[in-house]
Design a protein around this ligand. Structure first.
Ligand code: ZN
Ligand code: CU
Length: 480
């Protein structure tokens, strides 16, 4: 007789994360790993979970998050666990909470994401140690942010870094990689990094070469110059000889609507000669810091969060300005620090990008304030329920692959993202007929329907519509 399983998931239909067609199988879990997949009737188990009529899939990997501090501050991570997410890739858009000193200035968007002086970590290793000392419910796969490095090392953020500053940043990159960072992210779209030249980025990221790490970027421009931004990204990848990930790919500004045909063609072309990956979220509105640049305030702007005026969350910037009797830019000034939701994309582009064969799913959720963008709670069930089941954009097997196997491969997360013997037991059991997002712009903090049980490293973290309180999350490092 073989050893009993810790948990036996019985009678479900497996979608294994490879895009292969679903099949009926039981899944046996032991010591945090998947011990067997197949007909396991009659096998001994400590606990059993009936999954008849349900899909058993690899836990979802959120390719793009800003959950760095939420993992510590809100370790149950309900907003992600409730979606079936088991791993979050952190440190995106150039923003990571380490390495920062207590007195490092943190202009927006850093201010929104790195927290107060007591939540700062002087080294990347210290941040990872904090995650290990107080584990969250979910796994974390952390990136190091270049904007954070600029805040720490560059005296004047209005210019490119000097040789000495580049050398200092490069040392931090090497140290973070040694500690286990899975790569480096940039956010040249944002003021503190916009002045960084392509050469600065290449020289700062040198240690990525040959490390197995990835280069991930919120590009300089997702509007008129989106093709040039793609070319810059590809050049950085080629010069470093590393895989690149284009974050939350989109084309914004009405004049550019429809141009995803061009960008996807350009990405497809580049993929012939180098490793390129991309992610996107399934919404036509974006969300980020509240800009004080008028061209970024065209169109409808909804306040998601304001530190001095929390009661303005959920309201239109235009209305606030009118109520206060001030110009829009003055209202922006008074609301800071703040984040906002911008309606700026075309649904046809969103669908074309999401359906593109190589696109991963990433939420880009910002876990802050009372009125976050609904992507924080809704992204994964929305792709499964709205885009796959209702609109038929792609089969469920493809939807699952875009949030599991594809993502694990692109970020080098060994043993994750598939239902197979020996893989980590990150699993989600869901109802394919019922799964759907319920979070809206008006009521964004609502858990999805149809996500029934979520296991991280073999331990249930979400069941019967709530967090279990278990915190089995691990730090997934490059050599982990
Ligand atoms: Zn971004
Ligand atoms: Cu982001």
């Amino acid at each position: 007789m073989s050893e009993p399983f810790d948990l036996l998931i019985e009678g479900g239909t497996v979608i294994d994360g490879t895009r292969a067609p679903r099949f009926d199988a039981d899944v046996g879990v032991r010591d945090g790993r998947i011990a067997a997949v197949g007909d396991l009737r009659g096998r001994a188990a400590q606990r059993r979970l009936a999954a008849h009529g349900r899909i058993v899939a690899p836990g979802f990997i959120d390719a793009h998050t800003h959950d760095d501090l939420a993992l510590l501050a809100r370790p149950d991570m309900e907003f992600k666990a409730s979606q079936g997410v088991t791993t979050v890739v952190t440190g995106n858009c150039g923003i990571s909470p380490a390495p920062l000193e207590a007195d490092t200035p943190t202009p927006a968007p850093l201010s929104l994401a790195v927290g107060g002086p007591r939540q700062r970590f002087g080294s990347f290793a210290a941040y990872l140690q904090a995650l290990r000392d107080a584990p969250a419910a979910l796994n974390a796969a952390p990136l190091l942010g270049h904007t954070t490095l600029r805040a720490r090392c560059v005296a004047d953020l209005q210019r490119s870094a000097t040789e000495a500053e580049i050398a200092a940043m490069r040392t931090h990159v090497q140290q973070a990689l040694d500690a286990g960072a899975i790569g480096v992210s940039t956010g040249t779209y944002y003021p503190p990094a916009a002045a960084a030249s392509t050469e600065e980025i290449i020289e700062v990221c040198r240690p990525l070469s040959g490390s197995g790490g990835v280069y991930v970027t919120h590009m300089r421009d997702e509007q008129d110059a989106v093709l040039q931004s793609l070319d810059e990204t590809f050049r950085i990848g080629r010069e470093l000889g590393v895989p690149v990930v284009v974050s939350h790919h989109k084309v914004t500004g009405q004049a550019n609507w429809g141009r995803s045909t061009e960008t996807l063609a350009r990405i497809g072309q580049a993929m012939q000669c180098q490793c390129v990956a991309l992610d996107c979220y399934p919404y036509t509105a974006g969300s980020t810091m509240l800009h004080n640049d008028p061209v970024r305030l065209l169109g409808r702007v909804l306040i998601a969060h304001s530190e001095p005026h929390p009661q303005m969350a959920g309201r239109d910037l235009d209305d606030i300005a009118r109520e206060w009797g001030v110009a829009k830019l003055e209202a922006v000034r008074r609301l800071q620090p703040a984040s906002a939701i911008y309606f700026m994309m075309d649904e046809a582009d969103v669908q074309r990008i999401l359906a593109f064969e190589h696109t991963m799913v990433g939420s880009d959720g910002i876990p802050q304030g009372e009125r976050p963008h609904p992507r924080l709670w809704g992204t994964f069930p929305r792709v499964l329920g709205h885009y796959s089941r209702k609109l038929g954009l792609f089969p469920l097997e493809t939807a699952v692959w875009k949030m599991t196997g594809l993502t694990a491969r692109n970020f080098g997360l060994a043993d994750r993202g598939r239902v197979a013997e020996g893989a980590a037991a990150d699993l989600v059991v869901f109802d394919a007929e019922r799964v759907i997002d319920t979070a809206t712009y008006e009521e964004p903090k609502r858990a999805a329907d149809g996500i029934e049980t979520v296991l991280v490293n073999g331990v249930p973290v979400w069941a019967r519509g709530q967090a279990t309180g278990a915190r089995p999350g691990q730090v997934l490092t490059r050599r982990g």
